[in-house]
Design a protein. Structure first.
Length: 551
């Protein structure tokens, strides 16, 4: 089996694992579990499911991501990026449809890993990822307006963000106890981040807000009043009800889950690589994410992915191996077994405050502003992705952003190519420096053109226009391709058209310095000897012309 399909856990134990590393991993696992505890429940509630399903996701999915993954320090679990997709899927297809879509996305991710598709995630432009993340942050914040302000709604909470923002019309139902609880939670998190950055600010804030509400008996919703608390342990595994009709209905949602899961997990793994100096195995990471999603659905959990914030927390806390991620899941399970009744006292406004802070932190503000200032093209890609994600749909935002980024790249590459006439002496100096050039001759019947840059469909029209201006009275035309690293079929066809024109007018066509890929592309379009003369350099071409003139 290739190394790319071997979990990092196997590599770890081949290297050796001792008590000192276990102690470090146990501490980091506990630290991450403390962060993940309120966050997993908050994400589940924001996704339209019960808080225990967020814990199932972190326990089952997080354990498998670490056990089987291609990163040493990746932490898996429910992610804020999935809130909108999960909530929309649950609203359309019910809980059974949501679980089926999650399981199907797991199968897709496993297939993507075995097909090595993870290598292509790196081609997503940076403005797309920044705009996409910022858009998700806005949606997450909007989804918390109800609980942040304790609003009382007559029906189901609206889905589109415009309708969510219209919740302000319900200002008459604002619960000031909820507003105070949320403000207290946010204030404690921000204060601890500044004064005691190594303390588990989110957990302390949620615990303090819970005590505040309980002691003062404030009239605000809690996990207990809305959901009846959380169970003490994991449910028995069971596959969600399956039918071909149901599978077809949730298939688009499963594709969205798989696409977003792949992007999120591999971006998180890249961040972890930057922090640890190691390299993850993208194919194995996708396989692990797929298995984790499939098994999460069996236990009633929602979508699993690598989470950047929890992964970074793991690294900063001293995590060195997948054991820290597995232990983080074990600690969460112990919480469910030993302290589940305490979750009933957690105010929903406190969890909404946690997600409001998470949403603010998700926006890469310096990167966002830098991209707006960098260039018109990058700004368009960034803003288009952001606006479409916020007001339309996540997957659509990624696709359109990627398409705009690709067009921008093609335009930039097309402008980077140059083509023009060069004198024989200039061409030889380019090849040989300041050495003597015995073959130099100002032959009026010979012209040399040099192409520099990637010659592809985007630049073919520009180059073709220049080559069409070749004077018919020239007997020898040298096309120097020594600075062309790549040529596609469109470009080769342009060269073939120039060759046909040369053949009609009796001009001898010579190509110099062509690399193997360029020669292969030219041969496929019948640009080969004897129609054209191939030489290794301009000097060799000039010598060939001179030898034919010499009797």
């Amino acid at each position: 089996m290739p190394d790319s399909l071997v979990p990092k856990t196997v590599s770890l134990f081949k290297e050796g694992y001792d008590g000192a590393r276990l102690k470090a991993d146990a501490f980091s696992g506990l630290t991450v579990a403390i962060v993940a505890l309120p966050l997993s429940m908050a994400i589940a509630i924001a996704s339209g499911v019960t808080p225990d399903r967020g814990l199932y996701t972190a326990i089952v999915g997080g354990f498998l991501v670490s056990l089987l993954g291609g990163s040493r320090v990746q932490i898996g679990g429910p992610a804020g990026a999935f809130i909108v997709l999960v909530a929309a899927t649950g609203a359309r297809h019910g809980l059974d449809g949501l679980l089926l879509a999650t399981a199907m996305s797991g199968v897709m991710l496993v297939a993507a890993g075995y097909l090595r598709l993870g290598n292509y995630i790196k081609f997503i432009p940076y403005p797309v990822t920044v705009g996409f993340t910022a858009g998700i942050a806005v949606i997450i914040f909007a989804s918390q307006l109800r609980d942040l302000f304790g609003l009382t709604l007559s029906g189901r909470e609206p889905g589109p963000i415009i309708e969510k923002l219209a919740l302000g019309l319900a200002a008459g139902t604002v619960n000031w106890a909820a507003v105070l609880t949320a403000a207290l939670t946010i204030g404690i998190i921000l204060a601890l981040r500044k004064l005691r950055p190594h303390w588990p600010g989110m957990l302390i804030a949620v615990a303090a807000a819970s005590a505040f509400v309980a002691l003062l008996q404030l009239p605000t919703e809690t996990i207990g009043t809305r959901f009846g608390g959380i169970p003490r342990g994991l449910p028995s595994p069971a596959f969600p009800p399956f039918s071909l009709e149901k599978a077809g209905a949730v298939f688009p949602d499963a594709v969205s889950f798989a696409l977003l899961g792949a992007i999120e997990s591999l971006l998180s793994a890249v961040v972890a690589d930057g922090m640890t100096g190691r390299r993850h195995r993208s194919s194995m990471e996708l396989i692990a994410q797929g298995i984790a999603n499939f098994c999460s659905a069996l236990f009633g959990g929602i979508c699993v992915t690598g989470t950047i914030a929890r992964t970074a927390t793991n690294v900063r806390a001293g995590g060195t191996s997948p054991a820290s991620g597995m232990l983080h899941s074990v600690f969460l399970l112990l919480f469910m077994l030993l302290a589940a009744p305490l979750a009933s006292y957690i105010p929903l406004a406190a969890l909404a405050g946690v997600l409001a802070v998470v949403a603010w932190n998700m926006i890469e503000k310096p990167a966002f502003m830098a991209l707006l200032r960098s260039s018109y093209g990058d700004a368009v890609v960034l803003l288009a992705t952001f606006v479409i994600v916020v007001f339309r749909e996540l997957t659509e935002g990624i696709v359109i952003g990627f398409a705009l980024g690709a067009v921008l790249f093609i335009d930039r590459m097309a402008k980077s190519i140059s083509v023009g006439e060069t004198k024989p002496l200039e061409a030889l100096k380019k090849e040989n420096g300041e050495e003597e050039h015995p073959v130099v001759a100002d032959d009026p019947d010979t012209v040399i053109y040099r192409i520099s840059g990637i010659f592809f469909f985007g630049s073919a029209a520009t180059v073709g226009t220049v080559l069409d201006r070749i004077a018919d009275q020239r007997r020898n035309f040298i096309l120097d391709c020594s600075e062309v690293p790549f040529m596609d079929s469109t470009a080769a066809n342009i060269i073939e058209g120039t060759l046909r024109k040369a053949e009609r007018t009796g001009v001898r066509f010579l190509i110099t310095g062509a690399r193997s890929q360029v020669r292969r592309a030219l041969r496929q379009h019948d640009v080969r000897p004897p129609r054209v003369v191939m030489r290794a350099s301009v000097q060799a071409a000039l010598e060939s012309i001179r030898s034919e003139k010499t009797p």
